[in-house]
Write a protein that binds this ligand. Structure first.
Ligand SMILES: C[S@@+](CC[C@H](N)C(=O)[O-])C[C@H]1O[C@@H](n2cnc3c(N)ncnc32)[C@H](O)[C@@H]1O
Length: 321
C-alpha cells in the first residue's frame, strides 16, 4: 500500500533526522535496522576477506580523522556496501564510474565486487588511451592521493584510476557513449541533477547497467513533503553533523558548476567552525531543495526506471527503460 503523505512524512523524518522510527511494527533506530539487515544479509559479491575488512575499518577511521576540513566526511555504511555489491553482481558489472572517492572506502568494495564478477573490463576511451575498469572522481588532490595509497594497500590499485578535479568536467571529458555497467554518485548533493543530466547526455550507462545516487533523503526531509517548518523541531546532533559535512562538500560543487549565485554567501558560511541552529536549518533546507528537485526530475524522466529507497539517508537506484 502506498503510504499517505502524513505517514510517509513521519517515517522519512525519522530516517532523515536519525531519530527513532516510530511505527508499531518497527521501534528500532535506523542504525539498528541497518545493522540487523547487514547481519542477516550475505551477498556473495561482498568481500569475505577479513584482512581487507580490517584495512577498510582503518581507512574509515584514519580518513575521518585526517580530513577534518571536509567536515564530517563519511564513507558509506556497511549495509550500503552490501547493497552496492549485490547490485554489481546482479548487473554483472565489469566496469564502474564513481563520483566522490574520499578515502576510497566505497571504491575498494566496488573493486572487490568487480573481481568477484570476473575481473573487470577496461573502459575503452577514444584514441589510444584506455583506462582501468574503475574510474573514480575526487575534487581534492590531497584526498585523492590518500585514496590511491589505500588502493595500493588493499591490492586493488590495478583496477582503479582516480580523476582529480571537478566531477562534471570529468564526465564531460569522457567520449560520448563510453559505457559503464555501474555508476555510483556520492558527492556534492546540489550537483546531483547536473551529474545525472550530463551522464544521460553522454550516454554513459550501459543498457543493463545500474546507477545509484547516495543520500537522496537527507535530514529534515519533511520539508520535501511540503510540511510547515516546525519551530519546536529539535535538531539532533547527527542531523547537524550530516548537514555540515554535506554543505561543505557541497561548496565544491557550487564552485565547480558555477551555476548558483549563492557561492559567495556559501563560501563565507563555510569558513565558520560553528553554526547556529538557524544557519544549519538554512543549509539543510538548501540541500533538501536541491535533492527534492533532483528526485522530481528523475520521477518525471521517462528514459529511466528509478527507485528511491529508504536505505540509511536514502539511496536511489536507476536503470534505463
Ligand atoms: C561522501 S564523500 C564520498 C565517500 C565515498 N563514496 C565512500 O563511501 O567512501 C564525498 C567526496 O566527494 C568529493 N567531492 C565533493 N565535490 C566534488 C566535485 N565537485 N567533484 C568531485 N568530487 C567531489 C569530496 O571531496 C569528498 O571526498
Amino acid at each position: 500500500m502506498i503510504p499517505d503523505s502524513k505517514s510517509a512524512s513521519s517515517y522519512i523524518t525519522a530516517i532523515g533526522g536519525g531519530t527513532k522510527v516510530e511505527t508499531e511494527r518497527s521501534p528500532a533506530s535506523v542504525k539498528e535496522m541497518m545493522d540487523y539487515s547487514t547481519f542477516v544479509s550475505a551477498p556473495k559479491e561482498f568481500t569475505d576477506d577479513a584482512k581487507l575488512e580490517q584495512r577498510l575499518a582503518e581507512i574509515h577511521k584514519h580518513g575521518v580523522d585526517t580530513f577534518k576540513y571536509l567536515g564530517k566526511a563519511l564513507p558509506i555504511y556497511p549495509f550500503q556496501a552490501y547493497f552496492l555489491t549485490w547490485l554489481m553482481g546482479f548487473a554483472k558489472a565489469k566496469n564502474v564510474f564513481e563520483i566522490g572517492t574520499f578515502t576510497g572506502y566505497s571504491t575498494i568494495y566496488l573493486a572487490d565486487a568487480l573481481r568477484k564478477n570476473g575481473g573487470g573490463r577496461r573502459v575503452e576511451l577514444s584514441g589510444s588511451s584506455s583506462s582501468k575498469p574503475i574510474i573514480t572522481c575526487e575534487l581534492v588532490d590531497e584526498v585523492a592521493k590518500y585514496a590511491e595509497s589505500n588502493f595500493v594497500k588493499a591490492g586493488v590499485d590495478d583496477l582503479i584510476e582516480v580523476k582529480v578535479g571537478k566531477a562534471l568536467d570529468t564526465i564531460q571529458a569522457l567520449p560520448k557513449g563510453t559505457k559503464f555497467d555501474f555508476i555510483f554518485i556520492d558527492a556534492d548533493k546540489q550537483s546531483y541533477t547536473l551529474y545525472y543530466k550530463a551522464i544521460m547526455d553522454q550516454e554513459l550507462l550501459s543498457a543493463n547497467g545500474v546507477m545509484v545516487f547516495d543520500n537522496t533523503m537527507l535530514a529534515r526531509t519533511e520539508k520535501l513533503l511540503g510540511k510547515e517548518a516546525n519551530p519546536d523541531y529539535e535538531i539532533n546532533q547527527k542531523a547537524i553533523d550530516t548537514a555540515q559535512y554535506e554543505f561543505k562538500s557541497e561548496l565544491s560543487g557550487i564552485t565547480a558548476t558555477g551555476t548558483t549565485s549563492t557561492t559567495t554567501n556559501a563560501d563565507n558560511r563555510c569558513k565558520k567552525d560553528d553554526y547556529t541552529a538557524e544557519e544549519i536549518n538554512e543549509l539543510v533546507n538548501e540541500i533538501n531543495q536541491s535533492l527534492h528537485a533532483f528526485n522530481m526530475y528523475l520521477k518525471n524522466d521517462e528514459r529511466v526506471h528509478q527507485l528511491n529507497l529508504p536505505i540509511f539517508t536514502g539511496m536511489t537506484a536507476i536503470r534505463l527503460v
